[in-house]
Design a protein around this ligand. Sequence first.
Ligand code: ZN
Ligand code: ZN
Length: 139
Amino acid sequence: MDIVDDLRRNGLRNTKCRTAILDILEQSDQPVAADRLFRELNEKDITVSFSTVYRTLEALTDKKLVTKLIIAGEDKALFEYNRMGHRHYLICLGCKRILAIEHCPLEGYEETLKKETDYVIAGHKLNIYGYCPDCQKNE
Ligand SMILES: [Zn+2]
Ligand SMILES: [Zn+2]
């Protein structure tokens, strides 16, 4: 997927900051917090303020290029590149490690629900929480 086309199609100006943010998110296999994006941008010599990073993320979220993820027990929102389809995550409550679950367990259930309720199903959000093997050992 071409990021510049993505931006253009969505009526966003192709600024360096936006492109770089999308670039980082697309290459990350994990959702990323705004402050980490801010650090990575500065490492790439893209000098922007934290509030610019945050505003850009909000704009990209509005345009549905980026998905905002709120995780229980975390005060920071995480952001991920909005790939076709969606992902679920297994989140460790101890070390906050996040594992992407490739398989969607709810696809069949959406169909069933649609038939049972006559709703048009628009989607779902699901994250699973637990303790990873390392955190279990440290208990
Ligand atoms: Zn853990
Ligand atoms: Zn799913």
